[in-house]
Write a protein that binds this ligand. Sequence first.
Ligand SMILES: *Cc1c(COP(=O)(O)O)cnc(C)c1O
Length: 244
Amino acid sequence: MSEQARREELAASLAEVRGRLDRACRAAGRSPAEVELLAVTKNFPASDVVKLSELGLSSFAENREQEARNKVAEYAGLRPDGSARWHMVGQLQRNKARSVVRWADVVESVDSDRLAEALARATANALDAGDREHPLDVLVQVNLDEAVGRGGAPPAEVPRLAEMITRTSELRLRGVMAVAPLGGDPDMAFATLSEIAERVRVDHPEAVDVSAGMSGDLESAVAHGSTRVRVGTALLGGRRLISP
Ligand SMILES: *Cc1c(COP(=O)(O)O)cnc(C)c1O
C-alpha cells in the first residue's frame, strides 16, 4: 500500500473512532473532551505513528517493551519535532524496568509492589543519569478476571498498592487501568472498575485517570466513566507483524 493510501485509511478510521467516541459521550451525558484517545500501535510500524501524529493524535501505547523501545527511537528520528506521549500498557517484567523508564511517559500496567519498587528505582537512576526529566506517571492495573492471568492486581489489593506508590517520590499515581474479561460482560466489568477507581480517588484525589475500553467495548467503558480509551484494531486495522 502506498504511503498516501495508508494515510487516507488511517484518517478514515480515526474519523470513525472519533464518531463512536462522540456518540458514546453524548449517550452518557459526558463531554468528548473528558475522554482521551490513546492509539495502541503495537505490531504497527513507526511510520503509522507518524501519520497518526500528523492527523492530530499525541498519545500512543505499546504492550511489548522491546518493540516499543525501538519504535519510540525510530519515531523520534522520523519526526524530531513531533511531540508524543508513550504509554506502556502490557505486562511488564521487573527486569525491563530499567529500559521502560527510558521511553515511557506512563506505565499503565503496575500490578505489584515489586514492580512498583523496580520502576521507582529505575526512574531514580534515569533521572540521575539525565535519561528522563520527570517522575513516572503510573496506573494500577486491576484484574477484573481473576480466572485468567492477564495481568492486574486483585481488586482487594488495589488500595494498598496505590498507597505504596504514593509513598515513592519517583512514581506519580494517576489512576487505574483494566481490560474487560475476554468473552465476559464489559458493562459489569467496567462498573466494578468504576467503583474501584472511586475508592482510590477518595484516598488520592489526584488519581483521576480511568483507562478502560478498547476497539470492541469503548462505548461501555465511556458509559462507566472511562477517561481514556485504548484503541488498536479500530484505528490501525488487523494486526500486522512489523518484523518477521
Ligand atoms: C492491544 C491492547 C489494546 C487495544 O486493543 P484493540 O482491541 O486492538 O483496540 C488495549 N489495551 C491493551 C492492554 C492492549 O494490549
